[in-house]
Every structure is written in C-alpha cells, then in structure tokens.
Design a protein around this ligand. Sequence first.
Ligand code: UD2
Ligand code: MN
Length: 619
Amino acid sequence: MRFYRRSRLKTIVTVLAVVSVYFLVYTRLSDSDEGLHEEELKIDRRNSQNDDGLPDADARNEPLVQIPAVNDEELNPGVRRFTGKPYLEKYSKDVYTPDELKPWVEKPRTSPSGPGEYGKAVKINNPSEPESALIKQGWDRHAFNQHVCDKISLHRFLGDKRDQECRARKWRKKLPTTSVIIVFHNEAWCTLLRTVYSVLENSPKVLLKEIILVDDASTHDHLQSKLDDYVQTLHPVRVVRMPERSGLIRARLAGAAESTGDVLTFLDAHCECAVGWLEPLLERIGEDRTVVMTPVIEVIDSDSFAMGFTSAKHVQVGILGWSLGFNWAAQKNRPAGKPNDAPITSPTMAGGLFAMDRDYFYFLGSYDDQMLVWGGENIEMSLRIWMCGGTLETHPCSHVGHVFRKRAPYTHPGGGNVIVRNVRRVADVWMDEYSAQYYRRNPRAKRVAVGDLTARKQLRKDLGCKSFEWYLNNIYPDLYAPPAADIVLAGEWHSEAQNGRYCMDSGNQNGQLGVKTGLYVCHGQGGNQDYMLTRQGEIRQDFVKELCLEPSGSNIVTKSCIYPHGSVPAAQKWEFTQSGQFRHLDTGRCMEAVEMTIQMRPCLDTLAQLWRHKALITD
Ligand code: UD2
Ligand code: MN
C-alpha cells in the first residue's frame, strides 16, 4: 500500500488509521534504534530502595529531569502558575498495609487452565463452518477476534509478572484518589467489561473513586439498556452518554467533567489492568502534581488475546516523527544501575492510557475540544505537558494491556480530513517555525481547514510555555530537522524512463529498515515519494523515521542515518550529477529504473538512469 495512493476519502481514513495503529503495534513489538539519550535529558538516577521498600528520602524527592522553571515569574510576568500542593508529605514514611490496599472487588477464582489465563494465547483449531462465520463476524465488527475474546473469562488472571523491585515496593500514604474514565464507541461486550473488571479487581478501594464509562453514541444493542442494567449492580461504575457522536476527545472531556476523583485516569475500552497497576501512577502524581503518568502499555494480540509483559529495562518510550505521528522507541543507554522501579521520562505518549491530576489537567488546558473523532490529541498533550512546565513519565511497575488493532472498526464522520485537521492544529499552535517541517512533508495539509486557533494560542501564552526548539533540544534531541542550508534538493524524483510518470518511492509508510526502494506512479503528495538530497550526499526520507538510502546488492534499501550523530558513512554517499544520474560514490554505480524497481548498475548514458527533481507544491 502506498501513501495516499487513491484519492477516495474512505481509503485515506483507512490508510491513516492503519498507519497509526501499525506504528503503535509494530514498533511496540520491535526494538527501535531511536530514542532518548538520558544524559542529554539530564536524568537524575533515583537511588535504589531501602529496606522499607521505599526509595531513600533524598532520591525520592529529587526531580527526574532537571529543567529550569518555565513559569518563573521574573522571566514571564503575568504567566499563570500551578499552585497545587503535593498530596504526599515530603519525608513521610507511613505506608499502606496490604489490607488497606484491598481492591474494590475480590477477583473470583478462575481455573488456571482456563482459556487465556495468565495472558496465554487462545487458538481455535479447525473451526466448524458456523464457528468460522462467527469469527469473521467478530473481525468485521471489532477488528479483533471477538469469538476468542468471548471465550476468555471477564476475570482472567494475568499472573504477577512485575519486576521483583515492583512487587516488593510499598506505597506511601496518602495517595490521591482517582476516577477512571473509559470512552467507547461500539465496543465489544467482552473487551469493555474485561476492562472494567480488571480495574475493579486490581485497584485499591481506598484509591478508586469511580469508573465512568462514556458512551460516544454507540449504536450496538448490547451497549444500550443491557449495559445500563448490568452496571446498576456494579459499584462504583456508571455510564455517561454523549447525545451525539463526539469523538474520543470530547467524550473524555465529558467524562472528566462528571468525575470527582483527585486524579483522572483514562483508559481505552479494550484494556486489561495488571496487578498493582494503579499505585505507582498515583504515587508519582502524589509527589508532584505536574507529572503526567502512563503505565507500560502491553500488547494484547488482536487474534489470540495473548498479553505480553515487559520488564523494566525493556520498557519503551514514546517519540514522534515529522508527520507528527506517534511511535515507540527503546530507552537509549539505560544505565545498568537504574532501579527497576524508577519511572522514566518519555517525550510523547500513545494517548489512550494515562493518569493526570485533575486540577493540573484543567490548569494545562484539558484538551483542544476542536479536535474531532480521533488522532493528534496525544501529541498535542505531550508537547503541551513538556513545553508548559510539566513532565511525562512511564512507570515500569504499572502494566496495562491494550488490544492493538490493524484498522479502526468504526466510521470516521468527516473523513480523513479530520485527522489532518487535528494534526494541523498541533503544528500551528505548538511547533513555531518547525511547523514548516510538517508541511513540507504533508504538502496537502494546508488545503484542510484548521479552524479557529485563537484560544489554544492564548493558552500557550497564558501558561508561558517554552518553544518547540526548547522541546527538541531538551526533551527529544533525536528528532532531526535538517537545516535548510543542508538540503540541496527535496521532493519527488521522476525517472526519465517513462516520460517521468514514475517516481522513486519507498512503499514504506511505516518507516521500516531494509525496505527496497522502487518506483510508483508520481502523486505529488509527499510521504513515500519525498526524498531529500543533502549537502552531505545522503538521500534521506524522514516522514516517520530518519532513513537513508544505501545499496544492498543490486537493490537500494532504507537504513538508519548516521549523520548528524556521526559522520556520513561511505555507503550512504551519493552524487546527483549534472546530467541527472544518482551515482553511488563508494561503488561508482548508478541508479537505474528497471520496470517498477530501481537497480544499481554500471553508470551508462541511458534514459533509465536519468532522474528529474520536482519540488512538492505546498499550498
Ligand atoms: C491511540 C490511543 C487512543 C487515542 C488515539 C489517538 C492508545 C493505546 N490508544 O489509538 O487512546 O489516543 O491513539 O487519538 O494509546 N472512541 C470514541 N469515539 C470515537 C472514536 C474512538 O469514543 O469517535 C473510543 C474508542 O472506542 C476507544 C478509544 O476512543 O475506546 C480510542 O480509540 P481507538 O482504540 O480506536 O484508538 P487507538 O488505540 O487505535
Ligand atoms: Mn485503542
């Protein structure tokens, strides 16, 4: 599938949804070579815990990231300041007893050999014809194997697979309470209810104020009165209904407005909280209300419902690319001595699962309520948190599973433009001059109406937020914006072979390594056909990740760029000759269009080796 191959809106929506979900799933499963450099982030290591199961007092109260105060009144007179006092006293060592942390509902015993117990996969071998039909129906409706989902107990036990340090940890008094807010549109019964029970059975009664299910105008029967009746007996759960389809952003806002806990904890409607998931999140917020916490998001396989489990040192962080899409990356250079129960900072969050102090949520501008349906809000919030004085962290002791789907199972009122519009709102409000990086790679975005941005720009001013450049320098230095002076030519590369109709194309909207470069009909929409030739001689494509072209045998494949982290390796050096050939300096061979592929061949004076550059039109 190529990026923006067809013009039909539906296809664009599907492509965007698939792309985004694919980023989430694929990169979640594979270790990436990008990520945070902890020294660059100036992370103070927290000391290991004492015998009392707590980190020692000094380490506990040291900030994880040494960042100069953003809202310093002398620097920014008139800026709004967050004055919320921490819930936890600085040096208090009074901890909860296990009894005090009893859950709302005791998990009923399930048979250890039952389907899916301990997060094991459920496989249906040789399904009968009716069973196959049922399986297909489930996939069609929910984009996961609902039949398998239905076979697994709503109370399945995932086991306690936390790192030893996490299991041994004690939690200080008094933690803030939380409301759990779960928004859904046409969610399956099994996933929705398993999410609810996993919260009830794994959250201390003293900490869980309520669960609010926000129905975003679902049309499925089981989510109407059947759900209301069921929930009647399920304390402290209630249902809030949106009068019309509002999208997940407005639905979350409605849930937040209804809730009463100290902290808002958002979950998607197809999650499973593991034992001890809540206390770590609330402890960090208890220490500092400007910290926004995410659990480790574990993959629940959409076919088998197997749930993975990540140990502290393999926990990934959230990053972003110039398409403003979310991505996962390994923590870089994690120091050997870093305690397993210490939270790690993350440049972005996936968006669905996080906990945030209620007052801080509103202080920081809750959500952009002009964002519709799906997408972009997670990046907006991540940038806003960091740039306006907050901190975004993942706690390796907190684990919540999420069913990652390969497509969105619901309609997208407004079509693909809604996602572009949401993302444009992020670019225009938060990226300063760097928004040009987004538009250069998404030339058609400017044609999509962005709506009124006044309120969000004012918010940024009122909060005295830092610049996007500050974010790049301090929070995510690995996102590289090649300086204009280094870009010799950027845009499409038309092969002269067939009257310039075909362009160099990565066919690689997921930014994978080792993907062969080929040809595809030129579409003028950037994405897979947007390549930069740099002064250093690289051919770069960085829509999702920084990729550089390198020959591999007779093919040309995507590799990680070395520059600017090191000097350009010989294998990544190209010359674009006066006559229009791409000559590889190290091997002296040239790119040649061979049917729909591009091959490395001895340089010859043929049309098939000639390339014409065309800049992308950005208005
Ligand atoms: C990810 C996030 C999701 C959200 C999204 C970007 C995770 C694990 N998931 O995509 O929470 O931040 O990126 O916007 O981080 N829903 C509605 N109304 C709608 C559309 C969706 O209520 O119009 C619900 C939906 O039923 C689900 C939640 O919103 O419970 C998130 O939607 P999703 O699961 O399709 O998003 P996902 O996980 O692909
Ligand atoms: Mn989801």
